[in-house]
Design a protein around this ligand. Structure first.
Ligand code: BDP
Length: 674
C-alpha cells in the first residue's frame, strides 16, 4: 500500500492559512488558548508575510479579541453584542475592511479563528453583518478504543483500522507528542472539546492509568489543553480490587467509596481540568455492580459522587446486554436490552452521570432504528454515541461517508413530526463518537475516511448542517488549498464517490435493516449465517419461507413497545414500517411487497446488483481523477477502491446466492446469481 513520507496534514494544510497569513492581525486577550490563537496566526504570518500583534493601534485586517479586553479597537467595539456570547461561542463580523472575531472566553477565539480559516479569502471580502456562533452540543467528545498494551486479539487499537495508537505503543506512552499535538489541532479545528484516551474495555495495564500511571495521562492532557480539549479516562469498575487491593468493589461499601474519593482527588491534583470517567460495566465481560447485587444507578452514582466536588462527569455506557444467550431459546431480544436495563432507573442517577447510549438499539450496524432509550429517560442526562471507526461500515477499506446516517439519527423525532428531535435532546449535552484514527500517515488508513472524523466534529457543533455542505467544507480545507489542477473536477469527483457512499454500502451488505451478516470476530466481509447460531443475540431468522426479526408486540419480542407513539405504531405495522427497517421489525415472506412496490426478494437482488455496480463506478471515477490528487494519496485510495469493488461483489454474490437458494425465487431480471 502506498504511503506518504510524512504525516498528511488532513484538513489543516499550511496553505489553508494563506488568507490569514498574508494579513495584519491583532490578537487581544490573555489565557492559554489565546496564546494558541496567537501562535497559529504567527506561524501563518511567518509563512505568508503577514503580521500579528498583541496590542497597539492598527491598521488591522483581522481582529481576534476577547470581550474582556480593556479597549477594543474601533470596529471591534462597534460589533460587541449587549448580551453574553457564551463559553465557546464567538461573534464574527466584517465592517470597514476589518474582519472581527469577538469572544467572551479564549476557547471562542480559537473556534472563531478556525471559522476564518474555513472561509479563507471570503473572510476578507465585502461586509459581513455580525453572526453569533455557538455550539449546539456542550461536550463534543471522542472515545479512543486504544489499548496501552497490545491486546492478543484486538491489537493496539480495538476496532482500529488505521495502524497503531497515537498515544500508546506496546505497554508504554509513545512519547511522540508532536503527533498528539497535530491531532489536537485537527480536533479543535472541527470543534471537538473532550477526549477519552483508552479503551472502554479496560484490561490490567490500562487500569493503572488511574493510579500509578496517571502521569502518562497528565502528559496527554498537557498537549490537548492548549486546544481546548479536556481529557477523560476509561476506568474499570473493579479498580478498587484490581489496582486498590481492596477485597471488594461493591458500590455501597464505605471503603470502596473512600477509595474512589481519594483516587479521584489525586487525579484532580495532577490534572486540574480532568473531564471524568468513562465506564463500560456489566457488558461483554467487563466488571460491574451486578456482581454485588447492585444496579447501574448504584454503580454510576458511586463514581459520580467522587467526581462531583471537582465538576467531573461519569459517562456510563448503556451498551449492556446478554452476550451469552441460548440461541435455541429466543425469548430474549438484544434490541430490548438497553431500555430494559436503564429506563426503569430514570431519575435515580446523580446529575453528573451521563448515560451514553449507542445510536441504535443493537450495535452500530449500517442501518438501525434510533435507540428508544434516548427518548425514555427524561430525568437523566443522555449522550448519544456514534461510531466514526468503521467497524461495521467497511473498516476504512470501503468509502463510506457516514454524515448522512448521523444526520438522520440527529433528525429523528421520537414523538413524531411536532416533537423534539435527537439533536434537541442532546443539545446542551453530549455527543460522543468512537475515533477512527491511528498512527497511519493518513491518520485514518483510508484517506477519505478523514471526512468522517471531520463531519462528526462539525455535526456535534451544529447538528443541522447538511452532510453535502460539510463534505464541501472538508474538501475545501483538505485538498483545495494545495491543489494544482482543476479544483472543480476534484470537488465533483469526491462528491460523486462519497455523497451517497453510505447508501451504496447499505445496498450491497445486509438488507432492509437486518444487520450482522458479517464474518464473526473481525466483522469484515459477508457471512450470512456467521452469527445465526451463536450466543450474541444477533439473528436474522432466514428460512425457506422468509426472513427478519419479529419485534412486534402482537406476535414478536415487543420491542416496538419501547417507542412512544407514533413510532410504536409505525414500526408495529407491516404496512407502515419504513422499507429500510422492515426486517429489523418484521419477519416476512420473500414475496412480501414493500412500500416501494418491489418484493423483498427482488429488492435484495436489485440492491445488491446496484450496490456492487455503484462501488465499481466509484472505482472508475477515481481512476479518471488521476492527476488531480497527490500521487501517493491517489494510489492509496485506488488500492482501497479495488478492494472495495472486490468485497462488494463478494457481498453481492453471497447474499444473492444465499437468498436464492433459501427461497428458490429467481431474479425477475434474469441476472447471474452464483
Ligand atoms: C462492539 C465492538 C467491541 C466493543 C463494543 C463496545 O465489536 O469491540 O468493545 O462494541 O462498544 O461494537 O463496547
Amino acid at each position: 500500500m502506498t504511503t506518504p513520507d510524512r504525516v498528511h496534514p488532513a484538513w489543516l494544510p499550511p496553505e489553508a492559512f494563506r488568507a490569514i497569513g498574508s494579513r495584519r492581525t491583532l490578537v487581544l486577550g490573555d489565557g492559554l488558548l489565546a496564546e494558541t490563537v496567537h501562535d497559529e496566526v504567527a506561524q501563518a504570518s511567518a509563512r505568508y508575510g503577514g503580521s500579528v500583534r498583541r496590542a497597539g493601534d492598527g491598521p488591522y485586517d483581522l481582529v481576534l479579541a476577547l470581550t474582556t479586553a480593556e479597549a477594543l479597537p474601533g470596529v471591534a467595539g462597534e460589533v460587541r453584542p449587549d448580551s453574553a456570547i457564551g463559553d465557546e461561542g464567538y461573534v464574527l463580523a466584517r465592517r470597514d475592511g476589518v474582519t472581527v472575531v469577538l469572544a467572551d472566553e479564549p476557547a471562542g477565539l480559537l473556534y472563531g479563528l478556525f471559522h476564518v480559516v474555513r472561509l479563507g479569502e471570503r473572510a476578507f471580502a465585502g461586509e459581513r453583518p455580525a453572526e453569533h456562533h455557538r455550539p449546539a452540543v456542550r461536550r463534543r467528545m471522542l472515545d479512543h478504543w486504544d489499548n496501552v498494551d497490545v491486546h492478543p486479539v484486538m491489537g493496539q487499537v480495538e476496532r482500529g483500522y488505521a495502524g497503531g495508537s497515537v498515544f500508546w505503543r506496546d505497554g508504554a506512552p509513545r512519547g511522540d507528542l508532536a503527533r498528539v499535538r497535530a491531532y489536537a489541532r485537527l480536533l479543535a479545528a472541527c470543534g471537538i472539546n473532550a477526549i477519552s484516551v483508552n479503551n472502554v474495555n479496560v484490561h490490567a495495564t490500562e487500569a493503572h492509568l488511574l493510579t500509578d500511571r496517571l502521569g502518562d495521562v497528565a502528559a496527554l492532557a498537557d498537549v490537548f489543553r492548549p486546544y481546548g480539549i479536556r481529557v477523560h479516562l476509561s476506568v474499570s469498575f473493579a479498580s478498587p480490587v484490581v489496582v486498590g487491593g481492596l477485597p471488594t468493589s461493591d458500590p455501597l461499601d464505605e471503603d470502596v467509596r473512600k477509595w474512589w474519593a481519594d483516587v479521584t482527588g489525586r487525579v484532580y491534583d495532577t490534572i486540574p481540568d480532568f473531564g471524568g470517567y468513562v465506564v463500560k460495566a456489566d457488558s461483554e465481560g467487563q466488571p460491574g455492580p451486578f456482581a454485588y447485587g447492585r444496579d447501574h444507578a448504584d454503580g454510576a452514582n458511586l463514581l459520580a459522587e467522587a467526581l462531583a466536588p471537582y465538576g467531573g462527569v461519569v459517562h456510563w455506557r448503556a451498551f449492556v446486554y446478554n452476550h451469552r444467550q441460548d440461541w435455541r431459546d429466543r425469548s430474549t431480544d438484544r434490541a430490548r436490552a438497553a431500555y430494559d436495563h436503564f429506563a426503569p432507573l430514570d431519575g435515580r442517577f446523580r446529575d453528573n452521570v451521563i448515560l451514553q447510549v449507542k445510536h441504535g438499539p443493537i450495535d452500530f450496524q449500517p442501518r438501525e432504528p434510533v435507540s428508544p432509550v434516548i427518548a425514555a429517560m427524561p430525568a437523566t442526562r443522555v449522550a448519544v454515541e456514534l461510531q466514526v471507526t468503521q467497524e461495521y461500515t467497511g473498516q476504512q477499506r470501503h468509502v463510506c461517508y457516514l454524515a448522512p446516517m448521523w444526520r438522520e439519527v440527529l433528525g429523528f423525532r421520537p414523538w413524531g413530526a411536532d416533537g423534539s428531535d435527537v439533536a434537541d435532546l442532546v443539545g446542551g449535552g453530549d455527543l460522543v463518537a468512537v475515533s477512527n484514527i491511528g498512527d497511519d500517515p493518513y491518520w485514518t488508513g483510508h484517506p477519505l475516511a478523514q471526512a468522517n472524523l471531520y463531519a462528526f466534529g462539525r455535526l456535534a457543533w451544529e447538528p443541522r448542517l447538511d452532510p453535502v455542505a460539510i463534505l464541501d467544507e472538508w474538501i475545501d480545507l483538505t485538498f483545495v488549498p494545495a491543489a494544482t489542477g482543476d479544483t472543480e473536477r476534484l470537488r465533483r469527483t469526491l462528491h460523486e464517490i462519497m455523497d451517497d457512499s453510505w447508501r451504496t454500502y447499505e445496498r450491497y451488505t445486509a438488507p432492509l435493516g437486518v444487520g450482522f451478516m458479517v464474518r464473526p470476530g473481525h466483522h469484515y466481509g459477508p457471512d450470512v449465517d456467521g452469527y445465526e447460531y451463536t450466543p450474541w443475540g444477533t439473528y436474522h431468522f432466514a428460512d425457506r419461507d422468509g426472513v427478519g426479526v419479529d419485534r412486534t408486540r402482537a406476535t414478536g419480542t415487543g420491542f416496538t413497545g419501547q417507542y412512544p407513539p407514533p413510532w410504536s405504531e409505525v414500526y408495529e405495522s407491516l404496512a407502515d414500517c419504513p422499507d429500510e427497517l422492515l426486517l429489523f421489525f418484521h419477519h416476512v415472506p420473500y414475496g412480501h411487497v414493500l412500500r416501494s412496490g418491489s418484493t423483498v426478494i427482488q429488492h435484495i437482488y436489485d440492491t445488491h446488483f446496484a450496490g456492487a455496480e455503484q462501488a465499481a463506478e466509484a472505482g472508475r471515477r477515481w481512476e479518471e481523477a488521476v492527476g488531480l490528487f497527490d500521487p501517493a494519496l491517489h494510489a492509496r485510495v485506488k488500492d482501497l477502491l479495488d478492494e472495495q469493488v472486490r468485497c462488494a461483489e463478494e457481498w453481492r454474490d453471497q447474499i444473492n446466492a444465499y437468498f436464492f437458494r433459501k427461497s428458490g425465487v429467481p431474479d425477475a431480471r434474469g441476472r447471474r446469481i452464483p
